[in-house]
Design a protein around this ligand. Structure first.
Ligand code: ZN
Length: 294
């Protein structure tokens, strides 16, 4: 059994240039729920001047259906993000730092150590306010500015997040640099360092075409939780280096073909992707939208 965390409404849309109205974001989430998705990273609590697509985070959350057994999450990079999140009823928070100083300085203007220092009380306060906190380690498989990110360093940051109280960790391949052998190696190191009971998720981008291969490598190394994005959303046509997440319906198709359950309805996911293409006004990256279900 695989647990999917659908990140299309956040990571996907955030990397699309076209601004999507609140009502269509809410409709997207309705459609995902109807297709069986139960974990949805719905919004990001970041500076709306930097990320205009996420400016309506509170509005989106207030319009989502409740009591359907669906967990909604939001992304937090700083204390100000936490303060906004705690004014909403969002259930889980993805608290993110990258693990490369160069990337982190460009992204949030702080070193990794400074991010960890700021985020430690953020994690603790989130837990005190009854939110589930997932620590997300970006650039865990490589940094576009520094190249290799030392595994020992990624493990150190992970240890600090776990000490602060994170109940789960997600390793993110922010710019799509991972390969399957590396994924296996990193996942093995995490389970041997923190024990087999660690809840570990993986977040891949398909930047270099290895998204599903990396997903499979992670699964074979024991991971059961994967982030993905409907239709592979997230490739802004005006920013050629921005490529979307692993495509949700392509991933579900792979797992179902392997007789591994996901609880998702593949037909409804593909319908949602086709609807999403109409919303975005262009063809999207997923393969199943084009090929159809076999
Ligand atoms: Zn991402």
């Amino acid at each position: 059994m695989i647990e999917i965390c659908e990140v299309g409404p956040r990571d996907g849309l955030q990397n699309e240039c076209k601004l999507i109205p609140t009502a269509q974001k809410v409709e997207l989430i309705h459609r995902l729920i109807d297709a069986g998705i139960r974990n949805i990273e719905a919004v990001s609590f970041v500076n709306p001047k930097v990320v205009p697509q996420m400016a309506d985070a509170e509005e989106v959350l207030s319009q989502l259906p409740k009591d359907l057994g669906v967990r909604y999450g939001g992304l937090v990079l700083s204390r100000s993000g936490l303060e906004r999140a705690l004014k909403t009823d969002v259930e889980f928070l993805h608290v993110v730092t990258t693990t490369s100083d160069s990337f982190n300085l460009k992204n949030v203007k702080r070193t990794v150590n400074d991010s960890v220092t700021e985020l430690t009380p953020v994690i603790k306060e989130g837990i005190q306010s009854d939110r589930k906190i997932v620590g997300v380690l970006g650039t865990a498989f490589g940094c576009p500015f520094e190249g290799e990110v030392q595994l020992a360093h990624v493990l150190q940051v992970a240890e600090k997040f776990l000490e602060a109280g994170c109940s789960e960790l997600t390793l993110a391949d922010t710019t799509g640099m991972a390969n399957p052998a590396q994924v296996q190696n990193v996942v093995n190191a995490f389970f041997s360092t923190f024990g087999p009971d660690l809840t570990l998720g993986l977040h891949f981008h398909n930047t270099r075409g290895l998204g599903l291969a990396n997903t499979l490598a992670g699964y074979q190394a024991g991971v059961k939780k994967f982030d993905s994005s409907i239709a592979g959303l997230g490739g802004c046509p005006f920013a050629p280096k921005a490529v979307g997440n692993v495509c949700t319906e392509d991933m579900v198709n792979m797992f179902h073909g392997m007789k591994i359950e996901t609880n998702a309805n593949l037909e409804k996911l593909v319908e949602t992707s086709k609807w999403m293409e109409e919303v975005m006004g262009r063809s999207l990256d997923g393969m199943l939208i084009k090929a159809g279900i076999a």
